[in-house]
Write a protein of this length. Structure first.
Lengths: 292, 235
């Protein structure tokens, strides 16, 4: 492999990783605080992609208005689901939550077919990001370059929010002792609703940003949710930087896998997860569950 | 008129009932002790007042308002602070962060307690403000859990077995601190098994057994009648 090809593949791997990180970090945030494994997260991603399609193609709005619309749309959907239904399942066994979020997948999947049909759609690159940047030895597409900037920005913003603000401290406390936090005057149900809303909005943003890279078809949610789980498990459940590293590992394995071992490309991410779990059953950044 | 009025509360965890009609009252500035052996319902009484395990029957009123059906965060905001027996420090948060998340002006905008004041009360905490809650000693955790609840500027403090598992020297220090808190006019409900700890602090004493109040009186009454101590408190 030439330097050019290697750089190009590494770069595509990185762009894929950053797009996946944005989606997976939402899933991870929700799990970290609510202890709910949200199977509908992939469906939220799909809705994010479809919403930006409608907003940019049908209504003619600029791309970034579409991204905001996807985030806002998913925030509203998530807030309704959380307030009306999901909040009754906190503290229940994981199976109940799994069945519930799976029901959400089925409902939203049919809703998507009613709204958008079963045709395949595509979303164009945003104005000004459809070109390429020539570095001399390699030409890099601008949009993927943009993803490589946005991903770390979102990671840093989340880190600042969670580690350096009082709201973030309250969210961290909620992961540790919800009852004590309530006794200290914090409206914990509101914290949960906010976290679920923000986490789901990240799926919407991730879907909107993925839309120019992928085909919009029914079922696009199913692969994504599996891939998100792989990333979150590799990094360690509930650990934000873990998801970041997990996404990087995933992106590179998928990208170089397609080049070097195309017959294995579907299996490689699972092998990666298996390898990590054998060495560290709680993921790269995770801690063994103590008697919490 | 009492600030806190607990009237005939029955509280259960699922099918297992713990309180069978507990009544008590706390007047402003008063320190009331709940004493009794393990498992008689002291903690459950506090959890019922705080809304953590709401009573199935009976009523809790705070300054004339029925709070029996309010959530714990609402009760906290009305001016009742809970210091749990297990301390419940957030282990992954630093000492300062543990205090910061509890920061709240009290009912009526009272801000008597801020970092400076709690660090002045517990100087040991000032030196370890960056340390994670999970690595503190038992004594430090006990000071932090009280300090943390004070950050919410309560008017009534529910102190659940603060002397539990601490070295005698620390217990003595803690007793002095609680006495200082009482002197500021804070109302206190103190659950204890350590009779020494209670006697010097409490204005009135309730002895609980099997989820019922068996004796109400002053520490002097208790001292005068050794048979009560014998009957309800010796193991």
């Amino acid at each position: 492999m030439t330097t050019t090809m290697f750089t190009l593949n590494a770069f595509y791997g990185l762009a894929l990783a950053m797009n996946m990180f944005i989606i997976a970090s939402g899933l991870n945030l929700i799990f970290g605080v609510l202890r709910v494994i949200n199977f509908a997260h992939g469906m939220f991603y799909m809705f994010g992609a479809y919403i930006i399609f409608t907003v940019t193609k049908s209504w003619g709005a600029p791309f970034f208005v579409g991204v905001l619309a996807s985030a806002a749309g998913l925030a509203v959907i998530a807030l309704v689901i959380e307030r009306l239904l999901l909040r009754h399942l906190y503290g229940k066994e994981h199976l109940m939550q799994l069945l519930f979020t799976f029901a959400v997948v089925l409902l939203m999947s049919d809703a998507a077919k009613m709204i958008w049909g079963t045709d395949q759609y595509s979303v164009g690159y945003p104005a000004g990001l459809g070109g390429a940047v020539n570095l001399g030895f390699v030409v890099l597409p601008q949009y993927q370059l943009f993803l490589c900037v946005v991903g770390p920005l979102i990671a840093i913003a989340m880190w600042l929010l969670v580690d350096k603000t009082r709201a973030g401290r309250i969210v961290r406390a909620a992961t540790q002792d919800r009852e004590m936090l309530a006794a200290l005057g914090v409206n914990v149900p509101m914290v949960y609703a906010a976290v679920f809303t923000i986490g789901s909005a990240l799926a919407g943003v991730g879907g909107a940003l993925a839309a120019p890279r992928v085909a919009l078809v029914p079922g696009m949610d199913a692969t994504i949710i599996n891939e998100c789980f792989i990333i979150v498990i590799i990094g360690g459940l509930g650990h934000m930087w873990g998801s970041f590293v997990g996404a990087l590992a995933f992106g590179f394995v998928v990208q170089f896998g397609t080049v070097w071992a195309p017959n294995w490309q579907d299996v490689l991410p699972y092998l990666l997860m298996l390898a990590v779990l054998i060495v560290r059953p709680w993921g790269l950044f995770g801690q063994p569950e103590s008697g919490r | 008129m009492a600030d806190l009025l607990v009237e005939d509360i029955h509280t259960a965890y699922g099918l297992s009932q713990v309180l069978f009609g507990v009544s008590l009252e706390v007047r402003a500035g008063e320190c009331v002790a709940l004493i009794g052996r393990n498992g008689v319902g002291k903690t459950t009484t506090m959890r019922s007042i705080m809304g953590l395990t709401p009573p199935k029957r009976g009523r809790v009123t705070w300054k004339g308002q029925d709070i029996s059906r309010l959530g714990p965060h609402r009760i906290c905001r009305l001016g009742i602070g809970f210091v749990p027996e297990e301390r419940r420090i957030f282990p992954e948060l630093s000492v300062w962060e543990n205090l910061d998340i509890a920061r709240r002006s009290g009912a009526g905008g009272k801000t008597t307690w801020r970092e400076e004041q709690v660090f002045a009360l517990f100087p040991d905490l000032a030196g370890i403000r960056e340390r994670k809650g999970g690595v503190l000693s038992g004594g430090q955790q006990q000071m932090l859990t009280i300090a943390r609840t004070l950050m919410g500027n309560p008017e009534l403090l529910l102190l659940d077995e603060p002397s539990e598992g601490l070295a005698p020297l620390i217990v003595e220090l803690l007793r002095m601190r609680v006495a200082e808190l009482k002197a500021t006019g804070l109302s206190i409900v103190l659950a204890e098994q350590n009779l020494e700890f209670v006697m010097a602090l409490a204005d009135r004493v309730y002895i609980l057994e099997k989820g019922e109040v068996r004796f109400t009186g002053t520490p002097a009454d208790l001292r005068a009648d050794k048979s009560i101590v014998q009957q309800y408190l010796t193991v």
